[in-house]
Design a protein around this ligand. Structure first.
Ligand SMILES: Nc1ncnc2c1ncn2[C@@H]1O[C@H](COP(=O)(O)OP(=O)(O)OP(=O)(O)O)[C@@H](O)[C@H]1O
Ligand SMILES: [Mg+2]
Length: 309
């Protein structure tokens, strides 16, 4: 207001016709406009600063990993499934997680997804410590999983499985019922996007391995997750569908999602991943850029022929 009065007084000498109201409007209007273009809606500070930080222009501001594990351990009674595992994942990155049977890959995924707590260590999402007690809490933080056993309900249809726990309802007030038609329509669109021939109304128990895989993957596409964990998504599907799943992973990466791909298939990891981490007997023995490694080296790391890299 004071600024308005002073500026108005100065301006009055040159333009005595301008009213005080017009002047206030111009000054405040300009201030609001500048505020709108410079402020982030959630109050994280001016947008030019955020953009400059992201592009590194302000210097000294490193990109915060979207997911970080520090010294994660997991014991099942006497079995030490994981020992002191560190892992970090950036947005828009695909990490291949490899290792022999029983190396601890699925255990790691289940800890990240909130299926069970770690015995030790910490998890950070966007730099903030998180403690998940159940999978829905991890999902709320933007973590979606395609489990190795797919975790589908065989007695339900494909569309019911896609929307399990996130059913679409219609109605008003307390009178709500499931909108099956909309769920069928939307899951049909998701299957089309995956180029899968899965029909939304088919029962999962009548489906092939590839069709089940498509149902499990379609489920992760319902939200806009930050991290998608895929535990052996190409283990039991046809060659054509492998290519489609790999394409889907590339699309996820290109739209800024971080993906962890657990796989025993060396060609898949080397064709789609930016980085590879190798697990052996519950410890991480390598974490390298794909361009700095080779299938031979990774095979040696998995079997123990090469100790660490
Ligand atoms: N719920 C559980 N109870 C007891 N032991 C478990 C449990 N889950 C996993 N383990 C043990 O933890 C170890 C790691 O298992 P995990 O399933 O993580 O291996 P993996 O790397 O995913 O193997 P695969 O490639 O065969 O899927 C194994 O020795 C396994 O027997
Ligand atoms: Mg596993």
């Amino acid at each position: 207001m004071l600024i308005c009065l002073v500026t108005y007084a100065q301006n009055w000498q040159t333009n005595p016709d301008a009213t005080f109201c017009t002047f206030c409007w111009r000054t405040f209007g300009l201030a609001i406009f500048v505020g709108m273009i410079c402020s982030d809606r959630k109050g994280k500070g001016p947008c030019f600063e955020i953009k400059a930080k992201k592009s590194g222009l302000l210097g000294g501001t490193e990109q915060v990993p979207v997911l970080e594990l520090r010294q994660i351990s997991k014991n099942f009674g006497a079995i030490r499934a994981l020992t002191g595992v560190d892992l970090s994942l950036e947005a828009g990155e695909v990490l291949g997680l490899m290792g022999d049977n029983g190396a601890g890959k699925s255990t790691m995924v289940k800890i990240i997804a909130g299926n069970f707590p770690p015995s030790g260590g910490e998890i950070f999402v966007d730099g903030q410590p998180v403690h998940f007690n159940k999978p829905v809490e991890a999902r709320e933080k933007g973590i979606e999983v395609v489990y190795q056993d797919l975790a589908l309900c065989n007695n339900l249809t494909a569309s019911a499985n896609v929307f399990l726990g996130r059913e679409i309802k219609k109605g008003f007030g307390p009178f709500k019922w499931l909108d099956h038609a909309e769920m069928v329509r939307r899951s049909g669109l998701l299957f089309a996007e995956l180029k899968s021939e899965t029909r939304p109304r088919d029962l999962v128990r009548q489906m092939s391995g590839g069709q089940r895989q498509a149902v499990a993957i379609a489920r992760t596409r319902l939200s806009e997750p930050k991290v998608v964990l895929m535990d052996e998504p190409t283990a039991a599907i046809s060659v054509r569908q492998v290519a489609e799943v790999l394409d889907l992973i590339r699309r996820l990466r290109d739209s800024g999602h971080a993906v962890v791909l657990i796989s025993h298939r060396m060609p898949d990891v080397f064709s789609v991943c930016d980085r590879v981490a190798v697990m052996r007997r519950g410890t991480k023995v390598a974490d390298k850029l794909i361009k700095d490694s080779s299938p031979e080296e990774v095979t040696g790391l998995i079997t123990g022929a090469i100790n660490v890299a």
